[in-house]
Write a protein that binds this ligand. Sequence first.
Ligand SMILES: [Mg+2]
Length: 244
Amino acid sequence: MKGIKLVLFDVDDTLYDFERNWQLTVESVFQSHPLTSGYEQKRICSLFNRYSEMHWSKTVCGELTFQQYRRLRLQETLEQFGETLLDEAFDSFTQAFIETSLSQMQADVKVRAVLQRITEQYAVGIITNGANDTAREKLARLGLSEFFPLNTVIVSSDVGVGKPDPAIFDLTLKQIGYRAEETVFVGDSWSADIVGALNAGLHAIWFNPKGVEPLTTHEPLAIIKHLSELEHVLKDESQKNNKN
Ligand SMILES: [Mg+2]
């Protein structure tokens, strides 16, 4: 095995706590926006979560655009209350949702420190399944833009395909200029990040802070609970390679 030269990262739930951000955003926007504030909050939020989850995979594979996804999850939620969604209300709700979510993102000194040290030795990049109108702004709010120049940030809704499709890994490697065998992918999602990376011929390190069980027999290089473990794993790998 050749040595690792490029470290690719997932963003949501790897570089920041997406789940917490999502939950806070949903609660805050549904409660404050005139379109949704009049409904029973627990019910409307849980319906929204359900429709969001239901349509996510179609969005990742490019069957729905991100904007269609945003509309569908809200439209179907409101239909449960006999409401139709008008364009103007959709636009204003979506803007509030994006702004609220972004406003809660803050730089994490620990994550920044890890990236600082990793980038001293390795090239880095991003593959994220998400919206192209927010992905780079997220990195800016998280204080991570300096580590990831624009051409190293690959967003599924920009390229029309998402993880775990090998195509997004292939085009990322081509764009950043490394081979699969000298690249490791770091992410929290077994099915999107780990299965996706390994099937595309990359190495993978599973960020698994909650200690969930793997869903398949794929074998990542390592499983870590904290991002700070990453350096040790990469160092061990490079020592192993030097001995071979
Ligand atoms: Mg993730």
